[in-house]
Design a binder for this molecule. Structure first.
Ligand SMILES: NC(=O)c1ccc[n+]([C@@H]2O[C@H](COP(=O)([O-])OP(=O)(O)OC[C@H]3O[C@@H](n4cnc5c(N)ncnc54)[C@H](OP(=O)(O)O)[C@@H]3O)[C@@H](O)[C@H]2O)c1
Length: 336
């Protein structure tokens, strides 16, 4: 089968940073599905692993976690899906990735693809949707459908995670949403997705929040550049507020939160599959629920644009875009 992989972590501009390769089609066992991959999207995790992680032994490392495709075979323990089913999923960081024509994934973290979406529009969603959902409902414990639930500040609103988190918060909760974005096009994108207000994360946020008449917020979701924004977060967070984050600050001192009795919540969407937690099948349920919300027209795909077919040259373009820190919504590749 066709695949894209690498043997040495290199800057994306290097010829060998990603390579077109041929691999054997894997065989299914246990809870695994063999999926024919139709489309993938690229996330910052692809870029970070490619830049830093040397594959074990002499093997190629295949990246890619988001995928949409068709089930070709199911392991003997599978009960949720069968060959022919259309699925979407984000896979496990501990296993080979989706930048391959055929891919193995545990069915308990797979969802039914939204029927009304193309494979490309569906592939934009799973990883960021699981992140946004788990952050909002499992970590920050926001109740669904409660009016006047307070304010949520989303730092980095126009990226992949922000684009779905804005929608989930707007459509499923009674929160008032303030998203941050630094460019006219990303500011418009956040408003179109449902943010009530937009402020600019390149300027001091406290002043802008005061101008909105919201000097403090009960909930803050920091999706990007937490290192830089943390002092502002401590300032803006209301007493007894909740602070959730998903990115990789160099260090994080929780002590400044003590004075406000504020709580800190990490979200890592791969934790459930990495540790095979008892809650792992919740990811199957989240993806199915979001599939229904998409087909009902409540939520829309965060697809922004398609780069072309799945090969090393196009994946390099997608990695370069993500590395620039200026992605809006999701970038997708489809077909081999
Ligand atoms: N823990 C998890 O489970 C998990 C899951 C997914 C992602 N992540 C991590 O979360 C981070 C965000 O992921 P993503 O997929 O949303 O990334 P992304 O799509 O690449 O984010 C791009 C967005 O970041 C915004 N941005 C750039 N510089 C910023 C700054 N200084 N402050 C605030 N926003 C800034 C940009 O907005 P403007 O263009 O408007 O400036 C752009 O729209 C990454 O570090 C990723 O690895 C973690």
């Amino acid at each position: 089968m066709k695949a894209v992989g690498y043997k040495t972590p290199l800057p994306i501009a290097e010829a060998d940073s990603l390579l077109d390769i041929e691999l054997a089609i894997p065989t299914v066992e246990g809870h695994d599905l063999l999926v024919e991959v139709k489309a993938v999207s690229v996330n910052p995790v692809d870029v970070k692993i490619r830049a830093r992680t040397k594959p074990e032994g002499s093997e190629y490392k295949v990246l890619g976690w988001d995928a949409a495709g068709i089930v070709k075979a199911a392991g003997v323990e599978c009960t949720l899906f069968k060959p022919g089913d259309e699925v979407y999923y984000a896979g496990s960081v501990a296993r080979p990735g989706t930048n391959a024509e055929f891919h193995l994934v545990d069915e308990r973290i797979v969802g039914k693809k939204p029927g009304g979406l193309s494979f490309a529009h569906a592939a934009a969603l799973p990883l960021t949707t699981l992140t946004g959902w788990e952050l909002l409902f499992d970590r920050l414990s926001v109740p669904e459908s409660t009016p006047d639930a307070g304010n949520l500040l989303i730092i980095g609103g126009a990226g992949g995670v922000g684009s779905i988190l804005i929608q989930l918060a707007r459509k499923l909760t009674g929160l008032t949403i303030i998203a941050t974005a630094s460019r006219p096009e990303t500011q418009k994108w956040c408003l179109d997705l449902g943010a009530h207000h937009v402020i600019d994360h390149a300027k001091p946020m406290g002043e802008q929040m005061k101008s909105l008449g919201i000097p403090q917020v009960e909930l803050i979701a920091s999706l990007n550049a937490t290192d830089k924004h943390y002092p502002g977060v401590v300032e803006l967070l209301a007493p007894e507020g909740k602070f959730g984050l998903i990115d990789d600050p160099e260090t994080l001192d929780a002590k400044p939160l003590k004075r406000k009795a504020a709580s800190l919540h990490w979200e890592f969407m791969f934790a459930r599959s990495l540790f095979h937690t008892p809650t792992m099948p919740a990811q199957h349920q989240i993806l199915n629920r979001v599939s229904e919300l998409i087909d009902a027209g409540v939520i829309r795909s965060t697809f922004d644009h398609e780069i072309g077919s799945i090969n090393a040259a196009n994946l390099k373009k997608a990695h370069a875009l993500i590395e620039s820190g200026r992605a809006q919504g999701k970038v997708v590749l489809a077909g081999f």
